[in-house]
Design a protein around this ligand. Sequence first.
Ligand SMILES: Nc1ncnc2c1ncn2[C@@H]1O[C@H](COP(=O)(O)OP(=O)(O)OP(=O)(O)O)[C@@H](O)[C@H]1O
Ligand SMILES: NC(=O)c1ccc[n+]([C@@H]2O[C@H](COP(=O)(O)O)[C@@H](O)[C@H]2O)c1
Length: 383
Amino acid sequence: MTQGKVVLMACGSFSPPTYMHLRMFEIARDHINSSGMETVVGGIMSPVHDAYGKKDLVTANHRIAMLKLALKSSDWIKVSEWETRQSGWTRTRLSLAYHQDALNNYSLYQNNSEGCMSWMPDDILNVNNMNGLDEPDNYQSLNGNPPSPDARGPRGARGVAVRLLCGADLLESFATPGLWADDDIEAIVGRHGLVVITRSGSNPDKFIYDSDLLYKHRRNITLITNHIPNEVSSTVLRRLVRRGHSARYLTADPVLEYIRVHALYSPPPTHTEYNLLHDMIAKYDQKSPQDAIMTSPEEANFKNILISIRDKPHIVDETITVKKPRKTHYLLPYTHTDFVSPIDSKPKQAFIDKVPATYVPGKAVKIVSEKSHDEKGGGPCAL
Ligand SMILES: Nc1ncnc2c1ncn2[C@@H]1O[C@H](COP(=O)(O)OP(=O)(O)OP(=O)(O)O)[C@@H](O)[C@H]1O
Ligand SMILES: NC(=O)c1ccc[n+]([C@@H]2O[C@H](COP(=O)(O)O)[C@@H](O)[C@H]2O)c1
């Protein structure tokens, strides 16, 4: 009897991918291959659709790009973009079924414009390799146990079974009310099979024992103890990035570089003075012919940070309070007050050194220093 062939498929957010996501595949392949019953011929990472809406889920384009960078070092794990290309979120059962079907009927899917088939394992692409594969009836199940009858179905003419590879936390999420339909669990475990990697704090063995459904299909569940536990997760990685700490050696360097270049997982921009000025200058630095430069008569009080102010007519009649710190370049809010008052259409730019979060660039302003506000002098001064 020849060995059954297995393709491992991991569904997840991968926002971002970590080394542990990749380790899962290596651990599972070693375990399955060394059982002598089956051979792993491919790995698929299937990132979830944006519509899944999980917190910190960056867009699929980013996640796919990061997965591809992470997988550059792998010669057998590939990314499937199929889920991300659907019109909405796809249940895992359907994703498994799609990939299984595409494997079974590669020649049909190959010409189908719907499919991006770059996830197809090389073994399958190399048709000659497939000639000697088992027919379904020759197949032995996971763990060396006889297969349950329903496990044979999707193995198909090519004798390849797609198994869901996951961490124990995903298995345990089967018990989350409303998250997984029983029918889906039945199909995933009964027809495809599960390969579960332990995670600290989880007890998948007991979880399976406690569930009638999972217990019934226990022969289709391969539980693998990860003897080198690694609790890196996307959450941990995002946290490090958010705090500006190093996340090196938790994922591939090119992934971190991608995160940096695209400013992913950063905290939402706070209205620090720097950010505000930066944004405003970027937005308003194109001069218009009507622009006039204004500055305070008391320049010593102002740090000459240029803000171009225009095109927001709705605040023309407002007076905007600008807070200014004493004795520091770092502009601590609410330590000192100056006034920026809108005037008519002429001046469009001003030099001031502090803009609070509430500030909105106006059509025109004048700057009144503290002194001038006290009517000791000052006033707008068009250059
Ligand atoms: N450290 C880990 N050990 C075992 N399995 C893991 C580990 N990290 C992730 N996985 C598994 O990887 C798969 C993909 O999950 P997912 O993308 O949600 O990863 P995650 O790192 O847990 O994400 P997040 O931290 O955002 O919840 C899941 O099956 C999950 O159980
Ligand atoms: N009913 C379902 O098919 C179902 C429910 C919850 C999560 N999932 C999948 O599990 C994967 C992991 O999700 P998390 O990132 O939330 O752990 C995702 O690919 C998601 O699509 C599937």
